[in-house]
Write a protein that binds this ligand. Structure first.
Ligand code: DGJ
Length: 325
């Protein structure tokens, strides 16, 4: 038996499951227990050397009276350990049957040492349009509901998270009346301090990255669970002005059948990779919704998502490589 095969055999027999050596966009993504990762509409934070991925837990067989947020941890972005459902919440504000908790995002607040989760809280008909906040002392929960509100008085549905290189925390939210807001969080992250930009574009799945002196923002059009061509704009400052929006991929691919949720910047010793994180929703089988993660081609004001294919990343060097097929 070849040495590599022997090692793989030993890993599988000792741990029960094989290590993921690649990220395969759109494929089933097994966690440490071999279950497809449930972290839809998710977001990631890095604490020391560990990445935490939070998202909508939509596994089969959940109690329909509750909404769940899952947490996974990883040190290589390819292998994820299920840390549990860090939110199991019953209707917090008498929102009624079919109430909604979507797109959870967690920030770590240094002054208070609290993990602060933002999420989209809504009624079944999406008319409540608020953000909810839950807090925890540890990254992997449990998170306790604190309150809900409309940021700066505006309706808020999809939210996105952005932490700048200097650690400042921002929230992106979609407001059907006005557009795409980028707001700065207050010092304790429990409220919104001020508006940085209002981009008058109807954009969901908002995401931002700061790369080589330029801010790039991404969003999708408003087509429910159906994919559409996601677009990007750039600005030298979060306060704008923002450039016109352009396609991030050939429009007929509808973002390779996906919707943005975050851009993750991995800064290593040799290189920086910006990962486009997106959801491939399956509205009739949400537990089987997939993730499309791909390194972006980015720089000099341009951003492009290539045809998805398997790849791997070295989080130490920041380098990624595509796997020959
Ligand atoms: C699009 C949003 O991006 C999703 O988070 C979800 O709210 C769906 N709409 C619901 O149709």
């Amino acid at each position: 038996m070849k040495y590599s095969l022997l090692v793989a055999f030993l890993i599988v027999s000792l741990t029960g499951f094989a290590q993921n050596k690649v990220i395969n966009p759109g494929a089933v993504w097994p966690d440490d227990k071999g279950n497809h990762i449930q972290a839809h509409g998710g977001g990631i934070i890095k604490i020391k050397d560990t990445y935490y991925w939070y998202g909508e837990e939509r596994a089969k067989g959940l109690d329909p009276n509750y909404r769940y947020v899952s947490c996974y941890s990883s040190t290589d972005l390819m292998n994820w350990k299920f840390r549990g459902d860090v939110v199991k919440m019953s209707d917090p504000e008498n929102l009624g049957e079919g109430w909604i908790l979507e797109r959870p995002k967690v920030y770590y607040n240094k002054p208070t040492k609290k993990y602060v989760m933002y999420f989209h809280l809504d009624t079944k008909n999406y008319q409540y349009a608020r953000v909810g906040i839950a807090v925890s002392d540890k990254p992997d929960g449990n998170y306790t509901f604190v309150k809900s509100f409309r940021p700066l008085g505006h309706q808020s549905r999809d939210i996105g998270q952005f932490i700048d290189d200097d650690g400042t925390a921002y929230l992106v939210f979609e407001d059907r009346e006005l557009g795409f807001h980028i707001v700065k969080l207050a010092n304790d992250y429990l409220s919104v301090e001020k508006e940085m930009s209002l981009v008058r574009m109807p954009l969901e799945g908002g995401a931002i990255v700061h790369y080589k002196g330029l801010y790039y923002s991404i969003g999708s059009a408003l087509t429910g669970w159906d994919p559409n061509p996601n677009k990007y704009a750039t600005a030298k400052s979060l306060e704008g002005p923002w450039s016109e929006f352009k396609d991030i991929a050939p429009p007929d691919t509808k973002t390779y059948h996906s919707q943005s949720t975050m851009m993750l910047k991995v800064v290593g010793t040799k290189s920086t990779t910006v990962i486009f994180m997106a959801d491939q929703w399956k509205p009739d089988a949400q537990w089987d919704s997939r993730y499309l993660w791909m390194p972006l081609e980015i720089g000099d004001g341009k951003l492009w998502l290539n045809q998805p294919k398997p790849w791997s990343i070295d989080v130490k060097t920041g380098e990624h490589k595509f796997i020959k097929q």
